[in-house]
Ligand binder design. Structure first.
Ligand code: ZN
Length: 483
């Protein structure tokens, strides 16, 4: 059964012919209800018998970091978890420092390492030795340097208006992509609509949306004892924005989305990465931690004044209620944009806030469905929409993100129907009662991930990850202890 990523309905049975790293044909293999057609040419050197399974385009995760010490010293851990969950392309924002990311991007392109395709987005100033970007002149010089040094796009913050203008204009002229986390410190000067008017490609996270829609204020009405450097304040208070804005469906709300639609802004919400805020117990105890989360990564998630995203100093019922309310409005904003024809994509930002690589990406699919997306719309966001967002700055058509003759062979194969339940895509599968045995069992988990024509056994990738985790658990404490 094929789900092609464009939004078209599932159909099958089909044969997918791959030569080298390209799909060369997608053809009917028979009629539903009848035996498969016999003598289906061409005979292949290698055949994956996916009878009864579902095939989708490889997933695109538009917001990743590869970790590094003290969380997970080796990028291999993240790479294998991504591939094991069907993620064949990642946009690092950044994935790692520029030199390392350029090197890893090249090795992945040549398939010298087991890793998804890598797009290298970097923060202004990353990788060069000319200091911070504090003027329009420096902004232009940096972007020119970036374009010549293996950088595909910019990961921006809420930069000062004149610097933001120079960064965005220069990036556009050099065919570099742009995505921005419009952080609270700068958002009063550079919210999402102001950034989009200057040419920003993608708004990632939620920062900047609600600040563009504030009803009675031009800055968020923070409590007077606010301290934005304290992460419980920072992450706790942002949720309190949900009822300070023009209401969902109001003329201002509609005008806001309409302007983004006309500007062609992509929304990459990363719903998953804040989801522990509405139920920290759920993600602290997620099914996958025991076998697949490194102790060093788990330690990083635990309440800590020094680790980013570990803001559970005194996380209360009231904090979770605020986040649940916030999510309802955020979901509506994303779903309304989708309904108008706006592009919404999938990004996970895993490696923080109890979200482990790969698993966090599947959680994003579940949350888009919660936002009101039909499962086929979720798959479209996770495949074609991501590919379009990466291809757009180059002015070329995407080479992946759909299952179609002529495109690169990036596929996800699973022995359950993901439209029926996205949980079957988790490496730990979905729990289902087997009525024949009367016992619950775990079903699903991606079976094969095909990246660039290479078939990876997803269960083997997970076994590799489990071994990495087991090894760290057995190692003497002195070599694994983290600050
Ligand atoms: Zn991030």
């Amino acid at each position: 059964m094929l789900i092609d990523g464009t939004g078209g309905p599932p159909h099958g049975p089909v044969d997918i012919v791959i030569q080298g790293n390209r799909i060369t044909a997608v053809r009917g293999a028979g009629t539903p209800g009848l035996p498969m057609r016999a003598n289906r040419d061409p005979k292949a050197d290698h055949e994956v018998d996916a009878t009864g399974m579902y095939v989708m385009p490889g997933f695109v995760d538009l917001h990743v970091h590869a970790g590094g010490a003290p969380k997970n010293a080796e990028a291999e851990y993240a790479y294998k978890l991504w591939l094991a969950h069907g993620v064949t392309t990642v946009r690092g924002v950044p994935m790692a420092g520029n030199d390392l990311t350029v090197k890893e991007k090249g090795r992945s392109a040549k398939n010298e390492i087991v890793a998804p395709r890598i797009f290298n987005y970097q923060r202004p100033g990353a990788g060069w030795d000319q200091g911070s970007i504090d003027s329009p002149e420096k902004a232009r010089a940096y972007v020119q340097w970036a374009a010549a040094n293996g950088i595909d796009g910019l990961k921006l913050g809420a930069e000062r208006p004149e610097v933001m203008t120079a960064l965005l204009k220069t990036a556009k002229s050099l065919n570099l992509g742009t995505t921005a986390h419009l952080q609270q410190g700068g958002v009063a000067q550079m919210n999402a609509i102001k950034a989009a008017r200057l040419g920003l490609g993608t708004v990632t996270h939620f920062y900047g949306h609600f600040e563009s829609l504030l009803k009675d204020h031009v800055v968020q009405p923070w409590p007077v004892d606010m301290n934005a450097s304290d992460e419980q304040w920072r992450f706790g208070q942002v949720a309190r924005l949900w009822d300070k804005i023009h209401e969902p469906g109001s003329p201002e709300w509609k005008a806001y989305l309409q302007e983004h639609l006309e500007l062609g802004t992509t929304f990459d919400p990363t719903l998953t990465i804040y989801s522990a805020g509405r139920d920290v117990m759920k993600f602290r105890n997620a099914d996958w931690h025991d076998k697949y989360t490194l102790p060093s990564l788990m330690a990083f998630y635990e309440p800590s004044r020094s680790n980013h995203g570990a803001y559970w100093y005194d996380w209360t019922t009231e904090d979770e209620v605020a986040w649940r309310n916030f999510y309802q409005v955020w979901f509506k904003l994303m779903n309304d944009y989708k309904k108008m024809g706006g592009r919404v994509t999938t990004g996970s930002d895993s490696g923080f806030i109890y979200q482990t690589y790969g698993f966090g990406f599947i959680n994003e699919l579940e949350m888009l469905q919660e936002a009101g997306f039909h499962p086929l719309e979720v798959i479209q966001s996770a495949t074609m929409n991501g590919a379009l967002t990466l291809a757009d700055p180059s002015g070329k058509a995407p080479e992946f993100g759909m299952v179609r003759s002529g495109l690169l062979a990036d596929l996800v194969i699973v022995d359950q129907n993901p439209l029926q339940n996205f949980k079957v895509l988790y490496g730990t599968g979905a729990v289902r009662l087997n009525d024949k045995t009367g016992k619950p069992e775990r079903v699903g988990g991606v079976k094969y991930t095909v990246k660039d024509g290479i078939v990876y056994d997803a269960k083997q990738l997970l076994a590799d990850v489990a071994a990495i985790v087991e090894k760290q658990k057995r190692a003497p404490k002195s070599t694994t202890s983290q600050q």
